[in-house]
Design a protein around this ligand. Structure first.
Ligand code: SAH
Length: 267
């Protein structure tokens, strides 16, 4: 059993989170424990995530997401015109809700949209939202390539996150349209990132973004890429479904911004 804060958490996640500078209230740990149990229960019926044991969910899914909180808090506090209660966060390719659902539980003032292209995952997310009574969280079934052209969604998010969804150039193209000017993208990545980072740096300015940091998170093997929207994203982005991943921007040879709507090059 874990520490006295939460009798329902079965691993030392509470302490490990504290080491990462993350302290939650007891009811938030309880919500995470319930969410963990729902993931494990639904995973028996269909493939929600490859991780199938309680400690794995807590450490490899939840702790990884909780480690983003210091960066998220820094972004929200920097954006003085955007207090947490009006800020919106979009998690692209959220799957079973990672990291977006965990961030929503940890920061209940934040309005969180969880986007995924797979209907059964969105149905699971809707179940979790209802079960936990998360009235500031919305699950959306769709592709970022399509939703990114919706005027109600474009240029409206202070923060966009995405984990284990695509390469950095593709993530930048998918995230940028959703961000407000000055908004921030948070992409947790694995430690071995050099080639992808170089491609990301070439892709970023094409969609109005700049990569600010790609530091290893303390105590982890995650490199957190932090990118900011510096200029409006051209209306041609994101390109149609599949292109951001299959013809990533910033591939060999730079793609001029005014020609970037249809070609990308290879990596
Ligand atoms: N972020 C989660 C899930 C990763 S799996 C985690 O870290 O565990 C990748 C998910 O992204 C899948 O559920 C897939 O349906 C979704 N996805 C991939 N490309 C997408 C796109 N263009 N738009 C929306 N969802 C996408």
């Amino acid at each position: 059993m874990s520490g006295s804060l939460s009798p329902v958490m079965v691993s030392p996640i509470v302490h490990r989170a504290a080491e990462a500078g993350v302290v939650l209230e007891a009811d938030q740990w309880d919500a995470l424990a319930r969410y963990r149990d729902l993931i494990l229960e639904w995973n028996r019926r269909f493939n929600l995530t490859a991780i199938r044991d309680p400690a794995g969910v807590e450490e490899r899914l939840f702790l990884d997401a909780l480690r983003l909180l210091p960066a998220l808090d820094a972004v929200l506090s920097r954006t003085a015109s955007m207090p947490p209660e009006v800020a919106r966060l979009l998690d692209v390719g959220t799957g079973a809700g990672l990291p977006g659902m965990v961030l929503a539980i940890a920061r209940p003032a934040l309005a969180v949209t969880l986007l995924d292209a797979t209907g059964k995952k969105v149905r699971f997310l809707e179940h979790v939202i209802a079960d936990l009574g998360l009235d500031r969280v919305t699950a959306v079934h769709g592709r970022a390539e399509d939703l990114g052209h919706d005027p109600a969604e474009r240029d409206t998010y202070a923060v966009v996150s995405a984990r284990a969804v695509s390469s950095l150039p593709a993530l930048l193209e998918l995230a940028a349209p959703f961000l407000t000017l000055g908004g921030t993208a948070l992409f947790p990545k694995s430690i071995d990132l050099d080639d992808e980072l170089a491609a990301g740096r070439r892709a970023a300015p094409l969609v109005g973004m700049a990569i600010d940091a790609a530091a290893v998170l303390p105590g982890s093997t995650t490199r957190l890429v932090i990118a900011t929207k510096r200029a409006p994203t051209p209306v041609s982005y994101p390109r149609r479904a599949g292109l951001p991943a299959h013809e990533p921007l910033g591939g060999r040879g730079a793609v001029p911004a005014n020609r970037g709507g249809s070609r990308g090059g290879t990596r």
